[in-house]
Design a binder for this molecule. Structure first.
Ligand code: IDP
Length: 140
């Protein structure tokens, strides 16, 4: 089934010049780029995006980090791209992410690696639709 997913290259990935490497992996996998934007998200956008994590200990630092600089927001499109991109991304904790995955290959093992784990990818069709509406309000 053709799906869409919302991918974010987080401020750490953007600042480290990893946008091209992430996009290359997405394209090599056969997914299409349906929309792409470079922006520094507002706290309001992030409050919506991370609503499910509100109240957790990592929520405030996560919102501060995510609004600290530019991110690349991308809508990708392809067969099973939601689960497929999460495989490409690897486990949330880069120290545990498999080699070959984005987080496994590029994630750091020091600092705050779980927070600064380079990419976000939607986890379900419902999340994808909700998140795409936040980051690309004009996209039908
Ligand atoms: P996911 O991005 O792999 O889907 P989620 O559990 O949905 O992981 O968490 C969303 C984001 O919140 C993570 O990508 C990471 O940046 C951050 N995060 C999750 N758990 C922690 C934590 O325990 N410490 C710091 N940041 C966290």
């Amino acid at each position: 089934m053709t799906e869409r997913s919302l991918v974010l290259i987080k401020p750490d990935g953007f600042a480290r010049g990893l946008t091209g490497a992430v996009l290359e992996r997405i394209e090599r996998k056969g997914y299409r780029l349906a929309a792409l934007s470079v922006l520094t998200p507002t706290r309001e956008m992030l409050a919506e995006h991370y609503a499910e994590h509100d109240g957790k200990p990592f929520y405030e630092p996560l919102v501060a980090f995510m609004s600290s600089g530019p991110v690349t927001a991308v809508v990708i499109e392809g067969e099973q791209c939601i689960a497929g991109f999460r495989s490409l991304a690897g486990a949330t904790d880069p120290t545990k992410a498999a080699p070959g995955s984005i987080r496994g290959d590029f994630g750091r093992d020091w600092g705050n690696p779980v927070q600064e784990n380079i990419v976000h990818g939607s986890d379900s069709p419902q999340s994808a639709a909700r998140e795409i509406a936040i980051w690309f309000p004009g996209l039908g």
